[in-house]
Design a protein around this ligand. Structure first.
Ligand code: SF4
Length: 241
């Protein structure tokens, strides 16, 4: 496994934390609204970041950086994820893991070995036939359900995330997702950014208006301790199509 992206300092990838972000290549999903498609489908075109560079940076900035967010792509598809997290923890940094939740057995192992301090999982659709459409591949939703339970039951700080895409999500489907994650600590509804979508047909979609998203947030508040909306300003600032 090669590291295919490195953000040295981020204030937005881990709420309340200053972190580095490591991007791992490849994914077991093909979400049409994915904004990381180069990392998913063409990682060989991206420059590899040597671990030594990351290690040197972390060693130099240990008083400034709180943790390391490991994202993708989908990090859990890699055998080398565990050794990477061990290396980060050996440097005395906390670890945030982003996942699509399709490998619950990997999450179980990482949680039991205390290699993760914070986990963020995408829940892309209600846990029914619509999940496969949102993920772009045939999905066994029992695996998604297992990951949701593993995360909630782990006691770890966590969040679930849903990118709200017109034509994919309605107030009703958001309520169904809410029921699937009931008991979660945090649920972030993320604004869809058309210009970055993998599927060219989605690039001409108009994202939901702010009041519509805020209404979904209001409904979502009943299912998680905290429900928030992310990315409203990001869309406002996106280049015109
Ligand atoms: S799970 Fe995430 S990285 Fe993978 S295709 Fe979907 S949006 Fe992209």
């Amino acid at each position: 496994m090669e590291i295919k992206g490195f953000i040295e300092t981020s204030l937005v990838d881990w709420d309340g934390m200053v972190c580095c972000v490591l991007f791992l290549p490849g994914c077991n999903f093909r979400c049409p609204f994915c904004y990381n498609h180069a990392l998913v489908s063409r990682p060989e075109k991206l420059e590899t970041v040597p671990w030594e560079r990351v290690e040197k940076y972390l060693s130099e900035k240990k008083d400034w950086i709180d943790g390391v967010a490991v994202t993708g792509g989908e990090p859990t598809i890699h055998q080398e994820l565990k050794p990477l997290l061990v290396k980060v923890q050996c440097l005395k940094f906390k670890v945030k893991l982003d996942t699509n939740g399709y490998r619950p057995e990997v999450l179980d192992e990482l949680f039991s070995q205390k290699l993760v301090d914070y986990v963020a999982m995408d829940v892309k659709a209600p846990l029914d036939g619509s999940y496969s459409r949102a993920a772009g591949v045939e999905v066994d939703t029992s695996l998604i359900e297992r990951s949701i339970r593993a995360i909630i039951d782990s006691g770890l700080p966590h969040e679930f995330r849903t990118t709200v895409v017109p034509g994919y999500h309605t107030a009703e489907s958001i309520a169904k997702i809410g029921r699937a994650i009931e008991g979660a600590r945090k649920w972030a509804l993320q604004q869809f950014v058309p210009a970055q979508a993998d599927d060219p047909e989605l690039r001409s979609l108009k994202p939901l208006l702010e009041p519509e998203l805020l209404e979904m947030q209001r409904r979502g508040e009943g299912f998680a301790d905290k429900c928030l909306v992310r990315g409203l300003r990001q869309v406002a600032e996106a280049p015109p199509e």
